[in-house]
Design a protein around this ligand. Structure first.
Ligand SMILES: Cc1cc2nc3c(=O)[nH]c(=O)nc-3n(C[C@H](O)[C@H](O)[C@H](O)COP(=O)(O)OP(=O)(O)OC[C@H]3O[C@@H](n4cnc5c(N)ncnc54)[C@H](O)[C@@H]3O)c2cc1C
Length: 434
């Protein structure tokens, strides 16, 4: 078969890998001048780094299988990590059940209750029972108002914004908690997180080498502008040229797909399924610092007054020596494109953020900032409502021979490279079967 793939992110590249390995002719079109999509990298201090902070959980088995298949099984390093929460003016560790007992902004009863509820959630295998109830409703009823308002409401608000946070199903929280729990070392506190030696680019690069060997054409800087069903084939328009394929795989977000393939509107149910997902963009400010901000890798902010939702100090996971001894911190936000944070330039963003960084570490000095980078990552987080399990769009679209595989089809797990790898393989197998 001659197969066209739209998007050279993890999903598109993995699908291309399996399709080309099976002997099919594959051509990839990528809008950006680089591969990797949301997991793409750039150079900092002479070393590659993701535009958006990235790590893996030990439960991410599909990407581990892929790196083995690619012949780089030892590329992943597993490193003890640390999670914390900033609440009521202090940082609290959240690495073990004992840490929950030290979360003194909550009264003792609510700390114990929080511990029991989290433990209970982690033992639940049947996530479907959390599909029909919102996280807000479930958490409020099980944790009571104090823990909900102090911990979860600011976290949900920060992650999904005031217009979407009440929509998020409890199944999403279940998915998040369960991936983290599976990454905990048995009997020990803290979790092991994985990071590829040399960044995620090492995996992308090896994938590309295999694709080159299999004669896959990867066209960068080449946005697809239209997808149409022709008589016996499917047509993709690129640079005002039409290219015919036996099958096409789209890995772009739902809204982009609907714009590219207006014929999908002929199927109201599929269109409705695509339209039900909202997207938030990630606004990521990367600071290259002479000193660390804290000693925590992943710091959640549970304070609604803060203009950002977390600080991920990459060099509290990967040693600063890899970056010329510099400390790298991502200050992160998920917002809609009409949010003031999305529309600020880097100078305004830093002016807004720095007073709050100083609240976390009063010794923080602007002079610590050696370099900074500002990225806006579009459609970074799909947001689904309740009962989504019954409304996930199928990979096979109503347009014959057009297949769809994107981050909005990953559920109840949160989107992640592991699931893109899993989905890329699954959809490739489906395309070869039908
Ligand atoms: C801030 C952030 C942090 C994250 N952290 C982690 C993490 O810690 N661990 C983890 O595993 N995952 C993480 N993820 C998620 C992970 O990066 C994504 O789930 C995964 O990379 C998605 O891959 P994809 O191929 O499905 O989509 P994408 O990466 O979005 O790829 C789609 C591609 O399609 C291209 N495209 C769009 N329109 C067109 C067009 N018209 N024509 C041609 N091409 C087009 C895009 O440029 C893009 O390259 C994070 C994501 C973000 C944004």
């Amino acid at each position: 078969m001659r197969i066209g793939i739209i998007g050279a992110g993890m999903t598109g590249l993995t699908a291309a890998y399996h399709l080309s390995k099976a002997g099919h002719e594959v051509i990839i079109y990528e809008h950006a001048p680089f591969i990797g999509g949301h997991a793409s990298t750039f150079t900092v201090q002479g070393t590659l780094l993701e535009r958006g902070y990235h790590h893996l959980f030990t439960s991410d088995i599909d990407i581990q299988d892929l790196v083995e298949d690619l012949g780089i099984p030892d590329v992943l390093e597993w490193i003890p990590s640390s999670v914390g929460i900033y609440a009521k003016g202090s940082i609290y560790s959240l690495n073990s059940p004992i840490d929950l007992l030290k979360l003194t902004p909550l009264n003792l009863f609510n700390r114990l209750r929080l511990g029991f509820v989290l433990k209970y959630l982690q033992t639940q295998k049947d996530w479907m029972k959390y599909d029909h109830i919102t996280a807000v409703e479930w958490l409020k009823s099980k944790l009571g108002n104090q823990a909900y308002q102090m911990l979860w409401e600011p976290l949900l608000l920060a992650k999904f914004g005031s217009t979407l946070y009440e929509k998020v199903p409890m199944a999403w929280i279940w998915g998040k908690l369960n991936t983290r729990v599976k990454s905990r070392k048995s009997g020990a506190s803290g979790e092991l997180l994985g990071y590829p030696n040399g960044s995620f680019e090492t995996i992308l690069d090896k994938l590309t080498k295999h694709l080159n060997q299999n004669k896959v054409a990867i066209n960068l800087d080449t946005p697809v502008t239209k997808i149409t069903q022709a008589e016996d084939s499917i047509t993709v328009e690129v640079n005002n040229d039409s290219h015919n394929f036996d099958k096409v795989l789209s890995t772009v977000s739902n809204d982009v797909l609907l714009a590219l393939a207006p014929q999908l509107q002929d199927s109201p149910l599929y269109t409705e399924q695509l339209n039900q997902v909202s997207y938030l963009s990630a606004v990521v400010e990367i600071l290259v610092l002479s000193e660390p901000i804290s000693n925590v890798y992943w710091l959640n902010i549970a304070d609604s007054a803060f203009p950002f939702l977390g600080i991920i100090e990459h060099t509290n996971l990967i040693p600063p020596e890899k970056y010329n001894g510099k400390h790298i911190a991502y200050i992160t936000n998920y917002v809609s494109t009409d949010h003031p944070i999305f529309n600020m330039d880097e100078k305004e963003l830093l002016e807004t953020y720095i007073p709050f960084v100083k609240l976390i570490n009063p010794e923080f000095q602007t002079s610590w900032i050696q370099e900074s980078f500002h990225f806006k990552i579009g459609r970074a987080q799909p947001v689904m409502g309740i009962n989504y399990s019954q409304n996930v769009p199928s990979h096979e679209s109503p347009i014959t021979n057009l297949y769809v595989a994107n981050t909005a089809q990953i559920y109840p797990e949160d989107r992640g490279t592991n699931y893109s790898v899993r989905m890329g393989k699954d959809v490739a197998l489906q395309m070869m079967r039908s």
